[in-house]
Ligand binder design. Structure first.
Ligand SMILES: [Zn+2]
Length: 286
């Protein structure tokens, strides 16, 4: 839970990789950049954690020492509304990521819920809801007490409209929405044009999930290019041809006095995280 607006990259920034920084150096390097959040990328993981428990714990400790709030992005190979075998494997993948999150003290466990495939959205919703109930029960029995974070998705073939994500959260415990603003923008082919378009999303979350959930929102932000099918690719903050606009989001964060975690998914991860932080800080000063 964030005590103030926090910013950080989705994964290890390119410049850290160039200097061959170890995982345990990342929190200090982020702090030196004046950042205070990090989303660990477990996006290629299978059914077991691909980090040793002692390494995950040490990484968690280093993050705490440097005041870096951790979340974890779960495997891309999760589809909770696939066929039976896919669902069984997806549950294992999600639980493996949740276990590693527990070791690191990272939350939420951000995940992509799945693809509609042949199903209509209502059928897909019922299946995802039931599978998630089972996952949450199993996590309880394994003493894994971390929040899951289903993400709003950018392609119309993917489960994850704003309404679907909020509805899951209304129906489950230990779960929080992950608002990927770029994905919402792409999914609805240019949804965010005015400040009011941002405001509407926040009001919807507050009305349905309460002000606490709104205050500590977990967000992804980048600029995005889209086609009729939704998301195409990510762009940097400086590219004027693409939306959504971070200035407007910063405006409503100030208006609602929120303390979100904002994870930069821009191609230049940390550089744009710093830029967004500066934009928001300027708003709060005015
Ligand atoms: Zn994602």
């Amino acid at each position: 839970m964030a005590d103030r607006p926090r910013f950080g990259p989705a994964g290890i920034p390119p410049s850290f990789k160039e200097m061959k920084a170890s995982l345990f150096d990342i929190p200090r390097l982020l702090k030196e950049e004046n950042l205070d959040a990090f989303e660990y990328q477990a996006v290629r993981w299978g059914m077991k954690p691909q980090i040793k428990q002692k390494d995950a714990e040490l990484f968690g400790l280093k993050s705490k020492e440097n005041d870096i709030l951790l979340s974890l992005h779960a495997s891309y190979f999760i589809n909770l509304c696939g066929d039976k075998e896919t669902i069984i494997a997806s549950k294992k993948r999600l639980i493996a990521c949740a276990l590693a999150s527990k070791w690191m003290n990272a939350q939420p466990v951000v995940f992509h819920v799945g693809y509609y495939g042949e199903r209509n959205p209502k059928e897909a919703f019922e299946i995802c809801l039931n599978v998630l109930k089972e996952v949450i029960e199993e996590m309880k029995s394994l003493d894994i007490n971390v929040k899951l974070g289903p993400e709003t998705m950018g392609k119309i073939s993917q489960f994850g409209s704003l309404d679907e994500i909020i509805s899951l959260c209304e129906n489950l415990d230990n779960i929080q929405p992950v608002i990927d603003w770029a994905h919402l923008h792409a999914r609805d082919r240019g949804r965010f044009k005015t400040i009011d378009d941002y405001r509407k999303v926040l009001i919807e979350i507050e009305n349905r999930l309460g002000s606490n959930e709104l205050k500590n929102l977990h967000c992804h932000f980048t600029k995005i290019e889209f086609t009729d099918k939704g998301e195409k690719c990510h762009h940097t903050l400086d590219e004027k041809d693409y939306g959504p606009d971070f200035e407007m989001l910063a405006e409503v964060i100030k208006e609602f006095n929120l303390s979100p975690v904002i994870i930069s998914e821009s191609p230049i991860l940390d550089v744009d995280a710093i830029k967004m932080k500066e934009i928001l800080m300027r708003k709060f000063k005015n």
